[in-house]
Design a protein. Structure first.
Length: 270
């Protein structure tokens, strides 16, 4: 089953960067690869000790993931700004603009992502996702009950799971309607809170407003190279909204609407 994609306007064509762009790719890309895959090796080695001691819990390795992602943002020329902070051991829901969200959200908070099963097969990204504890779900009706059970178990273990309820990425300039499906495990848990998070990218001066967006049939490799070759000066701002009390909402659909409203509120400001 293929992952649905947002049918938005055609993405902006990458601007030619010439020799300077090639130099930037090398000077940024090589350190990025060393940091990301070097961090992965350290994480896997530490996990050999962490797993027998703590089982499903991961008290140590998320700090490695967070450190790696913060360095990665610097190498990609992105400044991280935060409004509010992530609540402890609380599931989060966020809008989805790009594969960059993975780095940005991990840099801002120690979270575990919920992603479609197709992500596990992506070269590079899939390995990183599996190693960092991502929960993979399939949009197949027969798997719904099992997946809800798995998500509930991760939540019960204290994992701060992060969902992308839009179901696809966009150009980063809008919020799509939140799908209530993934809210089922949160609502059925019957207690606690869920925290909405708004992710807003600002392009470097002179670049298209959708510079960081990744959607449609855009290829990961091409997009990554374009960002490595481009100028610095972009920002990503995280707004951690007040957590919502799950018990205040009669069902997952109403909960999803409330979370969507909170995330959209920042886009109305920009």
């Amino acid at each position: 089953m293929t992952t649905p994609t947002w049918d938005g306007p055609p993405p902006p064509a990458p601007r030619p960067r010439g020799v300077l762009g090639l130099i930037r790719i090398v000077l940024r890309g090589l350190p990025l690869g060393v940091v990301v895959f070097g961090g992965l090796l350290v994480l896997l080695a530490l996990r050999l000790v962490e797993r027998p001691l703590f089982g499903m819990s991961r008290p140590w390795t998320p700090f490695i993931t967070q450190g790696v992602c913060r360095v990665a943002l610097v190498l990609l020329g992105l400044s991280l700004r935060m409004r509010g902070r992530a609540a402890r051991q609380t599931p989060l829901v966020a809008n989805h603009s790009s594969w960059l969200d993975i780095f940005a959200l991990n840099a801002a908070a120690r979270v575990f992502f919920v992603a479609t099963a197709e992500v596990a097969c992506w070269p590079g990204i899939g390995w990183l996702a599996r190693a960092t504890g991502t929960v993979f779900v399939r949009r197949v009706r027969g798997d719904a009950a099992r997946q809800r059970t798995e998500l509930a178990a991760r939540l019960a273990a204290g994992h701060a799971l992060l969902f992308f309820p839009e179901g696809t990425s966009t150009d980063g300039r809008r919020v799509l309607p939140f799908k209530p499906t993934l809210f089922a495990a949160i609502h059925e848990k019957g207690a606690g809170k869920v925290q909405p998070v708004t992710v807003v990218y600002t392009a470097p001066p002179g670049e298209d407003a959708a510079y960081y967006g990744w959607w449609g049939d855009m290829e990961f490799g091409t997009h990554l190279l374009a960002l490595l070759a481009g100028p610095r000066g972009g920002t990503v701002e995280m707004t951690f909204h007040a957590p919502l009390d799950v018990a205040d909402y009669p069902n997952r659909k109403v909960l999803a609407k409330a979370a969507e409203h909170a995330v959209r509120s920042v886009f109305r400001e920009t």
